[in-house]
Write a protein of this length. Structure first.
Lengths: 218, 218
């Protein structure tokens, strides 16, 4: 009885920093599982992930419900738990808006498929691209976006259009009721935060962080 | 006299979270400057950046040496200060290792050039690509990497090779004395942290964070 009352931190309570670390855990645990490793200590996992053992223990305690049992964590159990938190155990269907270099790179990125993220279609305004394939995915006319999504509901829209088109495309995505946007356009989009969630990949920003780090190396 | 003793936080003391926000500041300030805006309050800047006015004030105080003068911050002065911190006011030369989809997307990304990051060459192992151009940049043989860098020192190496090649390519980059690596391969690279700095863009990780956010939306 007492055991059942033990409070488990809900996933919603995870800090942003911890959420950002989850995919790294998942990646390392999957590699370990593939290599036939059954159990791992916080020290070994930390060394592999360039983190301290105490951060690893603290993170894993936060998930709740993972026993250490003296011999380290069960690799498979921990991987499944993190996969559940990341919701990787159901499939996600994605569309890519913009069939330029970035859109094509995303379409061709094999490891998304491995995690259950399937790109079902791409959309572009360029008549020369419409009807072709990019990264193996059919490119449809951007004009067909609404009809397509009405007929084939999707989970995630990847925004890979030029900056100038990002705002209007985002408005169309929001109207269609798509709830998740992976944004590669270098703009901070306005959206209804109760209806959608957005993750930005601002490539220029990460390059500037590298420039900062290079300039301020000890 | 008292004024001169006021301690100014050095750039090395900026927190990782603040460093990650700097490119966003720079982007918005540049857009404002281009739109002819001379001064901005912490409230207006915050609204634009989806941050609180108090965080903005706290960040800008941390940089030091920026007066508020009642009427808000001087847009140009603040932009230049942040550009200095990010070391954007000198040029950076980059090479891209791997002329696949990601490497080509990086090569073709116009806004890097705008911030003084110039891609001078790409390298690949695929004979069909060597001698061609990708994203406007000449693709050389990966075998020529050492000779090229010896003759043309570069600031930044972009790692856009498949996961399997990332470790050996990273070793070659480190031997060449290149001090900054922008890594797109989905591996956590080992390197001498006193000699190099690395920023990882793990695309799969950011997609998984989006999946987490979608699953845990209120």
């Amino acid at each position: 009885m007492a055991k059942e009352q033990k409070s488990e931190v809900t996933a919603d309570a995870l800090s942003e920093a911890l959420v950002r670390r989850l995919p790294g855990y998942y990646r390392h645990l999957r590699e370990m599982e593939a290599a036939g490793i059954k159990r791992v200590s916080s020290m070994k996992l930390g060394r592999r992930m360039h983190q301290t053992a105490s951060l690893i223990r603290q993170d894993i305690n936060t998930f709740g419900g993972i026993g250490r049992q003296g011999l380290g964590y069960d690799v498979r159990e921990l991987k499944e738990k993190i996969g559940d938190l990341l919701d990787l155990n159901r499939g996600h269907e994605m569309i890519i808006l913009g069939a330029g270099n970035i859109g094509t790179a995303v379409a061709g990125y094999a490891s998304f498929q491995q995690n259950g993220f399937t790109t079902v279609a791409m959309f572009d305004v360029n008549p020369a691209k419409i009807g072709t394939k990019a990264g193996g995915i059919p490119v449809l006319s951007m004009d067909a976006l609404e009809d397509y999504v009405m007929a084939h509901p999707v989970d995630i829209a990847v925004l890979a259009v030029p900056k100038e088109q990002a705002v209007t495309v985002m408005e169309r995505v929001q109207k269609l009721g798509i709830r998740a946007v992976w944004n590669f356009a270098p703009v901070d989009l306005q959206y209804d935060q109760t209806a959608m969630t957005v993750v930005n990949v601002h490539l220029s920003d990460t390059l500037q962080v590298l420039s900062y780090q290079l300039a301020h190396m000890r």
